[in-house]
Design a protein around this ligand. Structure first.
Ligand SMILES: Nc1nc2c(ncn2[C@@H]2O[C@H](COP(=O)(O)OP(=O)(O)OP(=O)(O)O)[C@@H](O)[C@H]2O)c(=O)[nH]1
Ligand SMILES: [Mg+2]
Length: 330
């Protein structure tokens, strides 16, 4: 095993599904290392074979427990699996998701399962970039299925699971967060919903509540199935997997899988580009006295905001506003 990985060794290692190469590749992704960029540039043409399932929901609803049960199910069918748990609030990998490690520990000895937690705070390209790249690594490694778990109830997780072919939203009785997000339209409509902890007395009420919110959606055909589960006892997990597989079959049969993937990829490129642009802007403002002076002028009402924007865009990105004679004021 190479101690310092060359690009060639990493490419071969990832292609062969070597665990140490995968671990190294994802660490490089996590720190926006140039080698990760080169690795994925090399492997990208080979990707697009894995099926990606995004798993999201509020903290503590049982996402990892449910994932562990789903992985067991999928392994029984003989498929290889990759799992990436993204913690949007943590820059650390080790120990940051101790709970996940315990809950997914059943699978650590299975060579066909690769599990990795990822912290991304401070990542240049934001959550979208780190998750996209990590998913591509596991895809190139030949994993049949890649699960991406992230905690959230709104915009931040949209970036993380934006690459998913199927989105599973996990809820639990008594947790109103996602219900609120769904209701407010902050959250995209998921493809499948699991109401976990069905042993909880309010489980049925929760299902009814979710149904009533989904009924508000005028588009009948995208009403997602709702499955009651008890992850820790493996209850309802078969049915949940059936619904996920059903969504996949539906996408494949209707020919919309390719369409969805094309949209997802375009969305990812846009999200990552936006994150890079934002980082670049913040750096520029921090480094450049003149840009800070412009902000000061806006704050003192000496310069209007759009004129400042135009000057900043010109200076940082060398972009002018089209006709070049000032902001489009309409
Ligand atoms: N009663 C009950 N407890 C459950 C069930 N599923 C998970 N739990 C418990 O709920 C707690 C949280 O489970 P996790 O799987 O870590 O939840 P999570 O959504 O991954 O949590 P974060 O990643 O921290 O957001 C743990 O103590 C689990 O044992 C269930 O079906 N019933
Ligand atoms: Mg978890």
């Amino acid at each position: 095993m190479p101690r310092t990985w060359t690009l060639e060794a990493l490419v071969e290692g990832v292609r062969g599904g070597d665990r140490r190469a995968l671990a190294r590749a994802i660490t490089l992704v996590e720190s926006s290392d140039r080698l990760a960029y080169e690795l994925i540039r090399e492997l990208y043409p080979e990707t697009g074979r894995a099926y990606v399932v995004g798993v999201t929901g509020p903290p503590g609803v049982g996402k990892s427990s449910l994932l562990s049960a789903l992985v067991r199910h999928v392994r029984a069918e003989g498929r290889s699996v990759g799992v990436i748990s993204v913690d949007p609030s943590s820059p650390f990998t080790k120990g940051a998701l101790l709970g996940d490690r315990i809950r997914l520990a059943d699978h650590f000895l299975d060579p066909e399962v690769f599990i990795r937690s990822m912290g991304t705070r401070g990542h240049l390209g934001g959550l979208a970039e780190a998750t996209l790249q990590a998913t591509l690594v596991l895809d190139a490694a030949g994993k049949d299925l890649v699960f991406v778990e992230t905690v959230g109830t709104g915009q931040s997780e949209v970036e993380v699971i934006g690459i998913a072919d199927t989105v599973l939203l996990v809820l639990m009785p008594g947790s109103g967060d996602s219900i609120q997000a769904l209701k407010a339209g902050i959250m995209e409509i998921p493809d499948v919903i699991a109401v976990n902890k069905r042993d909880h007395p309010a489980a049925k009420t929760m299902v009814a509540e979710v149904r009533s919110i989904l009924a508000l959606d005028p588009e009948q055909d995208r009403r997602p199935p709702i499955v009651l589960t008890e992850a820790v006892r493996d209850e309802g997990v078969d049915e949940l997997w059936e619904k996920i597989a059903g969504h996949r079959a539906q996408l494949e049969e209707s020919g919309t899988l390719a369409e969805r993937r094309a949209e997802n990829l375009a969305g990812e490129v846009f999200a990552v580009a936006s994150a890079h642009a934002k980082t670049r802007l913040q750096e520029a403002v921090a480094e450049d006295e003149e840009l800070r002076r412009l902000l000061g002028e806006v704050q003192r009402r000496e310069l209007d905001p759009l004129t400042a924007v135009r000057e900043i865009m010109e200076k940082v990105f060398r972009l002018s506003d089209g006709d070049g004679d000032g902001p489009d004021t309409r």
